[in-house]
Design a protein around this ligand. Sequence first.
Ligand code: NAD
Length: 491
Amino acid sequence: MSAPAAQRVRHLIGEEWVDASDGGEFETRDPHDGSLLGTVARGTVEDGRAAVSAARTAFDEGPWPRMTPKERAQVLHAVADAVDAHRDELALLETRDGGKTITQSLHAEIPRVALNLRFFADYAAMAANEAYPDGGLLSYTLYPPAGVVSAISPWNAPLMLATWKIAPALAFGNTVVLKPAPHTPLTAARFASLALEAGLPEGVLNVVHGFGGDEVAGPLTSDPRVDRITFTGSSATGAAVLAAAAANHTPVSAELGGKSANIVFADADLDVAVPQSIRAIFAGNGQVCLAGSRLLVQNSVRDEFLARFTAEAEQLAVGDPKEHSTFLGPLIEQRHLDKVHSYVELAQTEGATVVTGGERLGGELAGGFHYPPTVLTGLTNASRTAREEIFGPVVTVLGFDTEEEALGIANDSPYGLAGMLFTQNLDRAHRMAARWRAGTVWINTFFERDLRLPFGGEGISGVGREGGRYSREFFTEPRAVMLRLRDQVLR
Ligand code: NAD
């Protein structure tokens, strides 16, 4: 696959591709080699308002909300077909813009983009509405679209997470303003052009680029013409979004940070637990909200597990994310690399031993933001390293003796996004899943998803759930309708 040339990335507002109102731009660069990939419109408050206006007009006057769910599904399937047809191109863009490995872009994330579209298209077309026939009274529910949706997404899984929001919003008849993260604008822009070509009516999907609340994102969270905000990002930014939305009572779905526990019991099959635990923290470079960044290992098996885990971590290939053999590409940017490394330094002042990793990689990789898989021991769950989200390839290994102790440590966190558990004792597995303060619990596996299930977090990991019927409830205004008949005929 050849590298694409640097491009100019503009906003899509209505049917127009436009520059920022003040002509401002910013650069997006490849975090592996620093090469310039694009100059991007740096959206202003005015641009944000213009995009909301376009989405408002498309909702109030355009065909999209008035089409049947089946008609909308046809268009969304055509968009998914276009994504499939451009999978190689989109995957390379994603890999160059954000440093994600090409294997993951090609085989996981871009296919999931198409799946998001197909799943919600079909879900909306086939979802049942409740109806309660009761003698002379027929009661039923309608699910009209909510209106204009602001979708604000992060850089760590750019198009996959953007379409996790856009697909249900569109399938249920809303119009959207998407703001991708400034680090990774390229796939959102390409996706929008493919969507228009595939038949999405103008103004239904608007894309603006740039930064936070003082700039283009401001109107997306504070304009009263916005009916829903779906946000994925850090817990701190999530709080700012919730505060901005509160002024207009705009409902927010917020998918935020994590510090998930991964618990390995002595009775676990280590041939499963070791590679899954490696994936849980090092896939995607640990820049994954769900990452198993607190690894709890039962003391009786701790030495054996740690030896195998560390040996496997040291074998992982770090390097050019465009190579199919690479497991860890670069971190997203210098500032983030500095943050990740500062946590390793902090951990050492907190008493940690660095078992492997812990230093930025130089040599051939000096031109990128590369950091090795890093394993820390010797800390307690009270340390800042174990409590704060690092969002890098750094795992804190903690020991425990009993199930009760393990669950206590897992739940002793301000976050509550996910949990992983490795055991062959199914009674214990179900018992723990029922008491785990986390939006998702994986047992003897990691990262598998069923889009019908609720996805979200407890505590500072989020507000609300999306997925299947949870997305329908968020992106519609459920309405109760009651009809009185003259006769008592309904059974
Ligand atoms: P971030 O919070 O810095 O930015 C997220 C998005 O919000 C970006 O598009 C950003 O430009 C925008 N933004 C910034 N300030 C804003 C404001 N005041 N108002 C509106 N929008 C604003 O997050 P990030 O660094 O891009 O992403 C990493 C974070 O996202 C991590 O904490 C990670 O755990 C979290 N995340 C959560 C999930 C989940 O599903 N729970 C998934 C992926 C990432």
